[in-house]
Design a protein around this ligand. Structure first.
Ligand SMILES: Cc1cc2nc3c(=O)[nH]c(=O)nc-3n(C[C@H](O)[C@H](O)[C@H](O)COP(=O)(O)O)c2cc1C
Length: 205
């Protein structure tokens, strides 16, 4: 089993990293292979909407998005962590996620997704909601915890003082491992669910 973990904060050692670390320790204990990537500190352009990816199945902007596409394809689960910026995830992370999810055309169904957010004070559930949207449009079941996946802190490592936040991360990681293992068994026994040819209705008269 493999997990792709994305740190969407510009800070490599900030609060998002600390919250992700709490999950990483559980994944390590459970023998899950981890690919941890710090994305939030990079210059990442937003999607240009050129739609070239429909033909090439990769992004025209050849950067970390294309580099991680194969890891995303291989993985059984994905964790995306972000600091809250103006009640939303970090912009560089959003640019990354928009292009990664749009340009990769492989089947993402039943890869388990989990978004986590870290803030000084507010805007957490709005940001959490944004992250979950990438998973839920892709047929990816979302792992949940004992609370919404939120931890609080402002200065680097302040999140250490949020015992409930860190516990939420550990519970989330344990639930995620259970879900990934259960899905692997389910896929073996039942295969993936039936799909229909996608209907695309851009507007309704
Ligand atoms: C541009 C910017 C906007 C922010 N907006 C919010 C916000 O809307 N709500 C909040 O509680 N904290 C906000 N913060 C604080 C960060 O979310 C908080 O410091 C977080 O712990 C940073 O995580 P990091 O250490 O992983 O970078 C903001 C910080 C920055 C730099």
């Amino acid at each position: 089993m493999k997990i792709l973990m994305i740190n969407g904060s510009p800070h490599a050692q900030g609060n998002t990293a600390r919250a992700l670390e709490e999950m990483k320790q559980i994944f390590e204990r459970e023998g899950i292979e981890i690919e941890y990537v710090h994305v939030g500190g990079r210059d990442i352009r937003g999607c240009t909407g050129c739609s070239a990816c429909f033909k090439t199945k990769k992004c025209v902007i050849d950067d970390i998005v294309n580099e991680l596409a194969s890891v995303f394809e291989e993985c059984d689960g994905m964790v995306v962590g972000s600091p809250v910026y103006y009640a939303a995830p970090n912009g560089a992370l959003l640019a990354f996620l928009n292009r990664l999810f749009y340009s990769t055309k492989f089947d993402k169904r039943m890869k388990v997704g989990a978004g986590i957010v870290v803030a000084r004070r507010g805007g957490c559930t709005a940001s959490f909601d944004v992250l979950n949207k990438y998973f839920t449009i892709s047929g990816m079941p979302v792992a949940s915890s004992q609370y919404w996946n939120i931890a609080h802190g402002a200065l680097p490592s302040q999140v250490e003082e949020d015992a409930e936040g860190l516990q939420t991360m550990r519970t989330l990681a344990n639930n995620m491992v259970f879900l990934m293992k259960s899905i692997a068994l389910g896929k073996e026994k039942y295969g993936l669910p039936e799909t229909e040819k996608p209907a695309r209705t851009n507007f309704v008269r």
